[in-house]
Ligand binder design. Structure first.
Ligand SMILES: [Zn+2]
Length: 89
């Protein structure tokens, strides 16, 4: 299975399923980001708010920010190992 590389985040409109476009995004903290999304379907016209929160570390940074505290994903090695193969299924 091929991996799709996406340059932009794509979020489907919850009402019509059309791809919503991110209009504006701002980082409120290093771990939290807010965005306004707008449905591309002119017949729909939905707009909404999205929040993206970083919740866990999978691979620790080599240059960690001392103010950032993130829990490691539990059973990190097991997860990382099994997901490499499962991800393509
Ligand atoms: Zn829509």
């Amino acid at each position: 299975m091929s991996i799709q590389h996406q340059n932009r985040h794509r979020i489907p409109c919850p009402h019509c399923g059309e791809t919503a476009r991110i209009r504006k995004s701002q980082g409120l903290t290093p771990l939290y980001r807010d965005a306004i999304v707008e449905c591309r379907n002119e017949n729909c016209g939905w707009r909404g708010k999205v929040s993206i929160e970083i919740t866990h570390t999978i691979t620790p940074s080599d240059i960690p920010n001392p103010t950032v505290r993130l829990p490691l994903v539990p059973r990190l090695r097991d997860l990382a190992l099994s997901q490499t193969t499962i991800a393509s299924a």
